[in-house]
Design a protein around this ligand. Structure first.
Ligand SMILES: [Zn+2]
Length: 103
């Protein structure tokens, strides 16, 4: 799970694996769930233009802040993603809370 490293989130892992880019404004990041504050900061830091999220029902993350700062956020509100994340949070509450920085 996350290579036993709490700093490895889906967004940061994908970003690292994509390698250096000349610019990120035309980059589209696609995630199952809304990015947390940490990952929203990554999006803002590198001026990633568009984020597609599978859902924001279970977790709103930083999507309002991203929108307020010019990032296009497309929320698919996908029932499959809502069920998958809801089930995962219910089964792994301690890991989830660590991920989003809550006690
Ligand atoms: Zn994150």
């Amino acid at each position: 799970m996350q290579e036993n490293d709490p700093s490895v989130h889906g967004e940061t892992d994908a970003f690292r694996r994509a390698g250096r880019q000349r610019r990120y404004r035309d980059t589209i990041m696609v995630t199952t769930l809304a990015p947390c504050w940490y990952c929203s900061g990554l999006v803002r830091q590198f001026n990633i233009g568009t984020v597609v999220v599978g859902e924001s029902v279970n977790f709103r993350g930083g999507i309002d802040w991203l929108r307020e700062n010019g990032t296009e956020v497309i929320d698919l509100n996908d029932a499959g993603c809502i069920a998958m994340l809801g089930d995962w949070i219910a089964a792994n509450p301690e890991v989830w809370n660590e991920d989003i920085g809550e006690d």
